[in-house]
Write a protein that binds this ligand. Structure first.
Ligand code: ZN
Length: 521
């Protein structure tokens, strides 16, 4: 006897039992179906919700600390706390400096585009070896000397449409914060004094070298460097507080004697003052990885015992005509020199950002001319769209192009701010929308949507500038014609309405014995 037979015998009605089983199968199948549908619905809903969320989860940035691209998320809430090393104000900034400042600006703007709040700090280094040399040579006071170059730097930033960070602190205004870090480091056994200066002992911080990949073997124990900039081969204990030595050198009192701060210390002090002991992003040029940022980590983590920065983002070098820029090679340009040569600031910005920040950029004057042409093309496109008289409504094809362009732009930017990929999506979009307009397959609703997309993209790139919607002459003439007809019909309300409408768009009418004349405001 099989198990089934025994069961059938027990219930005595094998056939009915089979019917019941069949019914139960159907019921189960029905229940399964409902569950599956609900799950499917929940899944779809989740997909919808995910796609409607800000695209925040998708931005990936290359983190110098881990040497990998990682998904970016702020440490707390929706606010990104970022710090960028600012200018050392002893001269006009060159385009290599501005490549970094523009790339930081693009990062800042893209974070805002994604819906984040941004708390962005950029310091002004107003005390440093080169500044002291320049100040002494100029015969000016430290403040006079540095304030002049600070203002000139900000003028260049404005020309290049670089947004102002939320706070721009000056190093010399943050000495108490620097002294506090030195006190904590001294309490923790990370410092020693020699010849009146205070040094950071790199052997006291086991993580030293983790950002730059420096191996410490072979370094001389107790050997020191006093200068702010040096090579990896010269990795030594570095100076936190420099004793005043030269005549006329700016100096401040401190528990460690009269002197001035080392360059590295100021960035630890100002970043933690405004962003807290751990924050999201620290930016700068690749030339700052060592020693500047390595030393910032050692000082900050040595003082707090906490991780200092989550993401280190570094902008690659800029070459000019294929070689490293240098005054003596004649390929050294400041922003103002290029503007004086007749290049537009927007083209300079465009060229600086058109290559992803993570790869080297070969800056060529020919490239600047190409940038002018590319920008003019995009502005013409925007003008054509704004003035396009199409049918009412919207075309499915154009809606599809808009969605694809937005996706392409964001996919580029989300991939470690790949601006060249993002720009490629914009140019493809221009080509396809032009084709749609040529075919007359472009509605009034599409016009607003295309302009809206372009405005969103330019909120990140910052190269197109604003353009007031200009009325075309034939459009004005026909409005005047319409108003004259209204006046002949003694419909003065309509006539006044047209005059008002034109005035709002900057067109002034004047009724003369020879007829109605018009001019732009
Ligand atoms: Zn710095």
């Amino acid at each position: 006897m099989t198990v089934i037979d025994r069961g059938a015998a027990k219930y005595g009605r094998p056939y009915k039992s089979m019917v019941k089983l069949k019914q139960r199968d159907e019921k189960d199948a029905f229940v399964d179906n409902v569950i599956q549908r609900s799950l499917r619905f929940a899944f779809d809903l989740k997909l919808i919700l995910l796609t409607q969320e800000p695209h925040v989860a998708m931005l990936k940035l290359r983190n110098t600390l881990t040497r990998t691209q990682e998904e970016f998320k702020p440490l707390e809430g929706n606010t990104v706390r970022m710090y960028a090393c600012g200018p050392t104000v002893y001269d006009y900034g060159h385009i290599g400096n501005f490549r970094t400042f523009v790339s930081v600006d693009v990062l800042r703007r893209y974070l805002k585009y994604l819906g984040y709040q941004v708390q962005h700090i950029m310091n002004i280094t107003d005390i440093e070896d080169k500044i002291i040399r320049g100040m002494l040579a100029s015969g000016k006071s430290l403040e006079e000397f540095t304030e002049f170059y600070t203002q000139e730097f900000l003028k260049d930033c404005d020309a290049l449409n670089i947004q102002r960070p939320e706070i721009m602190p000056y190093a010399t205004k943050h000495l108490p914060q620097m002294i506090e870090i030195m006190r904590r480091l001294t309490d923790g056994g990370h410092t020693y004094q020699s010849d009146g200066s205070l040094y950071f002992s790199i052997s006291s911080f086991p993580g030293y070298g983790k950002l730059s990949g420096l191996k410490l073997e072979g370094n001389l124990a107790g050997a020191r460097v006093d200068v702010d900039e040096y090579e990896k081969a010269d990795a030594r204990d570095f100076v936190l507080w420099k004793a005043a030595k030269e005549e006329g050198e700016p100096r401040w009192p401190s528990p460690f004697g009269e002197g001035r701060p080392g360059w590295h210390l100021e960035c630890s002090a100002m970043s933690m003052e405004y962003l807290g002991e751990s924050f999201d992003i620290h930016c700068g040029g690749v030339d700052l990885i060592f020693p500047h940022h390595e030393n910032e980590i050692a000082q900050s983590e040595g003082a707090t015992g906490k991780p200092f920065v989550r993401f280190w983002v570094h902008t690659e070098f800029l070459l000019v005509e294929g070689v490293k820029m240098a005054k003596k090679k004649g390929n050294y340009y400041t922003v103002r020199q290029l503007i004086e040569k007749g290049h537009s600031p927007a083209a300079i910005r465009y060229l600086l950002l058109s290559v992803p920040y993570s790869t080297q950029l070969n800056f060529m004057l020919d490239g600047l001319r190409g940038a002018e042409t590319a920008l003019e093309g995009l502005r013409n496109f925007r003008r054509r769209v704004a003035g396009f008289e199409g049918a009412t409504g919207s075309q499915p094809r154009v809606r599809e192009l808009i969605a694809r362009a937005r996706e392409g732009f964001e996919a580029g930017m989300n991939g470690d701010l790949n601006t060249s990929k993002a720009l490629a999506a914009v140019f493809e979009f221009r080509r396809d929308v032009n084709t749609a307009m040529d075919a007359g397959e472009f509605g009034a609703v599409d016009r607003a949507a295309v302009l809206d997309l372009l405005a969103g993209i330019d909120s990140v790139l910052g190269v197109l500038g604003e353009e007031k919607e200009q009325m075309l002459d034939p459009e004005i003439e026909s409005k005047i014609e319409e108003r004259n007809a209204a006046r002949r019909n003694r419909d003065f309300d309509l006539a006044d309405g047209i005059r008002k409408e034109l005035a709002e768009r900057g067109i002034i009418l004047e009724d003369t014995p020879q007829g109605t004349k018009w001019k732009r405001k």
